[in-house]
Design a protein around this ligand. Structure first.
Ligand code: DOR
Ligand code: ZN
Length: 422
């Protein structure tokens, strides 16, 4: 039982947990174990619907399921959705099942895994193997993703629409030129190109397709997403907290990401439309310090961020910039709703996925307090509010730098056909 926790609605209550769920919120029930939560804010566990957990045979030096999921828990994220641009990409049931087995063995937080979208992909096979959604679909090339042409997209979209599955889309236009700085990188993958690509992709949507645009980097693209209704979209912390002009102490290459960080004016304009943003996700894409220290053009794109996403934004809540309810919509309720997974509402009956945060106290972020194998953060020196306890299904999965694993963390998609069932 969690005693004296502050709830998002301002009440202080005891939260009773049993069999992985919340069974009562309010007055004390008898409990085998009580944790004193006086001075702590209890929030539902966040769902980060866009992470790259790496691992596999060749990418464990960047991150693996153990380090990546521990990083998630230490940032208040209890569910991650892994993107399928692994090596090899998850184009069929066999590769997908191996990925599920790897995560089942090593992960500490709940996870869903998406299927990869290409001409070679076995969409039905992936769906029946338990893919949670399809994508990120590379309508433009990026690190570990080759571009899929509009013709191929049209074919794959109709298959996905028939299954009633969600497709997520990485849209950009990539120009050729010298990729030598953050400003050059942004100019070669311009804001307008992101929008043009989205419109081109939306033109291929068959009726009834559930579509979601990944990592929109400017208000221009967000408006284009509205035009492609019923598409939803996500915005990343790096587009809200970093810009070409302002990216803290790290070298430029560390902030190379696709879509690129933009100019300060775009970053500020993105904050202006905070209330309209449906989802915030991290695009956690760790690369090693060695890789990020190469000459700019050779640096792979991607920024680690699963652990800092909620802390950075909760600090903005504490500073009075945004409402707590708006943050919870974007990192808990809307992503869970889009993915069709159980929602941790903090109400009786809901899964006991939650995190406890110090009230009003922000901390200065430093790399050494984080758990990703990447070993660096572009948010060094910024303010964050980190949980001291994170529970997954009522299990004390994280408590002050100590992690504990539980089983049954995989969240298969709706099309899953369990091979055990005849
Ligand atoms: O910057 C990025 N890195 N964008 C992507 O779309 C892929 C990601 C990665 O996997 O490294
Ligand atoms: Zn992407």
């Amino acid at each position: 039982m969690l005693k004296n926790a502050l709830l998002p609605d301002g009440r202080v209550a005891d939260i009773s947990l049993a069999d992985g769920r919340i069974i009562h919120v309010g007055t004390t029930l008898r409990a085998d174990r009580t944790i004193d939560c006086t001075g702590l804010l209890c929030l539902p566990g966040a769902v980060d619907m866009h992470v790259h957990m790496r691992g596999g045979e060749t990418q464990g030096y960047k991150e693996d399921w153990t380090s990546g999921s521990q990083s998630a828990l230490a940032g208040g994220v209890t569910t991650v959705v892994d993107q399928p641009n692994t090596i090899p990409p998850l184009t069929g049931a066999g590769a997908f099942q191996e990925r599920v087995a790897e995560a089942t063995r090593d992960a500490y937080c709940r996870f869903g895994i998406n299927g990869y979208v290409s001409e070679q992909s076995d969409i039905t096979g992936l769906w029946e193997a338990g893919a949670l959604a399809f994508g990120e679909t590379f309508a433009a090339a990026s690190s570990y993703g080759d571009a899929v042409s509009p013709d191929e997209l049209a074919q794959v979209f109709s298959g996905i629409a028939e299954l009633g599955a969600l497709v997520t889309l990485h849209c950009e236009e990539v120009l050729s030129g010298d990729d030598t700085s953050l400003a050059a990188h942004a100019a070669l993958r311009p804001e307008e190109g992101e929008t043009t690509c989205m419109e081109m992709v939306a033109a291929q949507f068959p009726p009834g397709l559930s579509a979601h645009f990944c990592h929109l980097s400017s208000p221009l693209s967000a408006e284009a997403a509205l035009m492609a209704l019923p598409a939803s979209y996500e915005v990343m912390p790096h587009h809200l907290f970093l810009s070409i002009e302002e990216h803290g102490t790290v070298p430029d290459g560390y902030c190379k990401v696709n879509p690129p960080v933009r100019h300060e004016a775009t970053r500020k304009a993105l904050w202006e439309m905070w209330d309209a943003i449906p989802v915030i996700a991290s695009d956690h894409a760790p690369h090693s310090i060695e890789e990020k220290s190469q000459s700019f053009s050779a640096v792979p794109s991607g920024i680690p961020g699963v652990e800092t996403m909620v802390p950075l934004l909760l600090a903005q809540v504490y500073q009075g910039r945004i409402a707590l309810s708006s943050l919870l919509e974007k990192v808990v309720y809307t992503p869970a709703h889009l993915l069709g997974i159980p929602i941790s509402t903090l109400l009786p009956g809901a899964p006991a996925d939650l995190a406890l945060y110090p009230r009003q106290k922000t901390e200065t972020i430093t790399e050494d307090m984080l758990h990703s194998r990447a070993g660096w953060t572009p948010y060094e020196g910024m303010q964050g509010v980190f949980p001291c306890i994170t529970c997954v299904g009522g299990h004390l999965s994280y408590r002050r730098n100590e992690f504990s694993r539980r089983d049954d963390l995989w969240i298969p998609g709706r099309g899953y056909k369990c091979s055990q069932v005849e």
